[in-house]
Design a binder for this molecule. Structure first.
Ligand code: 13P
Length: 341
């Protein structure tokens, strides 16, 4: 009998050389919004068809170690009646599951949120593990303006992330710890750096307090970038340098890997920045991607809900995954990316 992989082995496999994680865990309302913008009907079957086309993309497993799913998807069957989880495993893509229940208003802190989902989580984790999940995700959301995020908001979210991570490890699964400092706003890159630095500090304090084994987690942070409405644009080098500066200060070397979210950056931008970081110096952890939109576009509009577009959509997805894989190895060539797109 072969023994089950340890948490550290699973975490290392998630960030294995050349590979990253595909985020397709949009909730039904978010998926519906994206579908409707493209005149695609949003039904359980159409959402299943879209996810299935991704998992059946020939060669995807070369660049993608796992995919994060939403509750509806992990329970679905492929069009041929086989569980989607089996289709993924056959393709060499580990199933993961988003387990938070969303960002809710933080009481007495107008406009700020704390991510919820701890109640009943132990039981839900046992069920997801039974269905076949190997890892999980929980996303904390931090908004920047002159006064935000407050220390209370950062602490509440860091504490919840740490309690989540502890429960997930207890269940034998690997937690993706995702603090997202949003790009919305007119703040400059230095402000994003300062906020990201405080957020990461609090998170690793809380993870340690809660006894979380850092060898068995994957961190999923934002890159340090100026707000979308900031008129001082940053260069790729500035973004790469400031992102690595905070990560090197705050993320212990025992963490096996860091997998960035794309947060609204395009596929090309996300790749340029990730590539620059991977070229800069030798790093103590794997530095890879867990992009959602930066991998799914332009594949989603290419598909547009039509069976005849499946191969073209798969080619678009595979291209973004290949480019992201090159970026996580420091061998991305922007000119090649644009030419092929
Ligand atoms: P984006 O890369 O589109 O930001 O999505 C990643 C994700 O999983 C957000 O929680």
């Amino acid at each position: 009998m072969t023994s089950l992989p340890t948490l550290a082995e699973t975490a290392r496999a998630m960030v294995a050389p050349g590979k990253g994680i595909l985020a397709v865990d949009e909730s039904n309302p978010t998926c519906t919004k994206r579908f409707e913008a493209l005149n695609i009907d949003s039904t359980p079957d159409s959402r299943r068809d879209y996810r299935e086309l991704m998992f059946r993309t020939p060669g995807l497993g070369e660049f993608v170690s796992g995919a994060i799913l939403y509750d509806e998807t992990i329970r679905q069957k492929a069009a041929d009646g086989r569980p989607l989880v089996d289709v993924m495993n056959e393709a060499g893509i580990m199933p993961g599951i988003k387990v938070d229940t969303g960002a809710k208003p933080l009481a007495l802190f107008g406009g700020e949120t704390v991510t919820e989902g701890l109640d009943g989580l132990r039981d839900r984790l046992a069920e997801y593990r039974e269905i076949g999940a190997r890892f999980t995700k929980w996303r904390a959301v931090l908004n920047i303006d002159n006064e935000k995020p407050t220390a209370a908001c950062v602490l509440a979210n860091a504490h919840a992330l740490a309690r989540y991570a502890a429960l997930v490890q207890e269940a034998g699964l690997v937690p993706i710890v995702e603090p997202e400092v949003l790009m919305n706003g007119a703040h400059d890159i230095d402000r994003c750096y300062a906020v990201t630095d405080v957020v990461l500090t609090r998170i690793f304090e809380q993870l340690q307090i809660m006894n979380v084994d850092l060898e068995g987690i994957v961190l999923k942070p934002n890159m340090v970038v100026p707000g979308m409405d900031c008129n001082q644009k940053a260069t790729t080098e500035q973004i790469a340098e400031l992102t690595l500066k905070t990560l090197k200060k705050r993320v212990p070397e025992s963490v096996p890997g860091i997998a960035f979210l794309s947060g609204g950056m395009s596929g090309e931008e996300s790749c340029r920045h990730l590539d620059a970081m991977n070229r800069m110096s030798s790093l103590p952890w794997e530095l890879t991607f867990s992009f959602g939109r930066a991998l799914q576009y332009p594949g989603l509009p290419t598909w547009a809900g039509k069976a005849e577009n499946v191969s073209a959509a798969q080619a678009a997805l595979l291209h973004r995954c290949r480019m992201s894989s090159e970026a996580r190895s420091g061998s991305y060539e922007a000119s090649k990316d644009v030419a092929a797109a």
